[in-house]
Design a binder for this molecule. Structure first.
Ligand SMILES: [Zn+2]
Length: 286
């Protein structure tokens, strides 16, 4: 038993420095945890590889999380986010503007969307959580016109619709749960008072979506604009503006993956949208 606890602690340390699992779908993570952890712990401790593998395997399977549990986790995380940020009131010009721009989009499939603006002019970011919460920082709204704001939110809803959000929460949860030695979803209740949700925020902020996920979300934003008579180049212009914003402005303090930091891939994403629009006969008016 003592040995298992020792392995658990080591696994948590190894996992928090393990980049590989951040790029995987949830179903693949358990295998990678088992293989990676076994290899690294055996290497570091000269422990019996079979014993390590058995402990790693039981931890990995105990750490699985269902889709319904992810939604519950998103609700808890959003309560934390909405407490640590200042939400602008309903009659604030920012909130009214966001409500006007997104007035037709109250639902995504069967999911009810709820919108709010965080009062933070130094953060240029927006995100959608798996419980239907859409949060936009006032710094992003300062930078964007209405069409661009519509496109950026369309991009975030694209991540939600493509299950990128669910997968990001799953990965972040697995890493943080391992760090806290949580063996079942029910056990997180105790860890929440110890800063579990704050660590989850940090983990979400440190992970970025893949280039493929970003391209798919950009395509969703593009189609979202076309379908709603919004400038087909709105996402293109939004990305150009976001690319000009420095990393520290968009910063990690936003508590969720900063999807728009200056990044070599941003130019490729801009090009991808332009090619898509030109193919459909939309000419860029510069
Ligand atoms: Zn994105």
């Amino acid at each position: 038993m003592k040995k298992t606890l020792f392995f658990l602690l080591l696994m948590a340390a190894v996992l928090s420095s393990c980049d590989t699992i951040n790029n995987l779908a949830g179903s693949e993570i358990a295998n990678v945890i088992t293989e990676n952890v076994t290899e690294q712990i055996t290497m570091r401790t000269n422990a019996d590889p079979d014993a390590v593998a058995a402990a790693a395997s039981s931890l990995a399977s105990a750490l699985t999380i269902s889709n319904n549990e992810i939604i519950a986790l998103c609700e808890e995380h959003m309560m934390e986010m909405d407490t640590t940020n200042i939400i602008l009131p309903d009659d604030d010009p920012y909130t009214e503007r966001l409500g006007r721009v997104m007035s037709r989009f109250k639902n995504l499939g069967s999911m009810r969307l709820n919108y709010a603006v965080y009062d933070d002019e130094s953060t240029v970011n927006a995100f959608a959580s798996g419980d239907g919460s859409v949060r936009v920082y006032s710094g992003l709204m300062d930078l964007m016109d209405d069409d661009e704001l519509f496109a950026v939110i369309g991009h975030e809803l694209g991540h939600l619709n493509n299950h990128d959000v669910r997968d990001a929460y799953r990965t972040a949860y697995l890493v943080v749960a391992a760090r806290y030695g949580i063996a079942s979803f029910g056990e997180r209740a105790n860890a929440i008072s110890m800063g579990f949700l704050g660590d989850l925020s940090d983990e979400l902020a440190n992970n970025a979506y893949s280039r493929h996920q970003e391209n798919k979300a950009d395509e969703a934003a593009y189609r979202f604009c076309i379908a709603n008579n919004v400038d087909p180049y709105a996402m293109y212009h939004a990305l150009e503006k976001l690319d000009s914003v420095s990393d520290n402005q968009a910063g990690k303090k936003s508590g969720f993956a900063n999807m728009f930091s200056s990044h070599p891939d941003t130019m490729k994403r801009i090009k991808h949208i332009k090619e898509m629009a030109e193919k459909d006969g939309h000419i860029l008016d510069e």
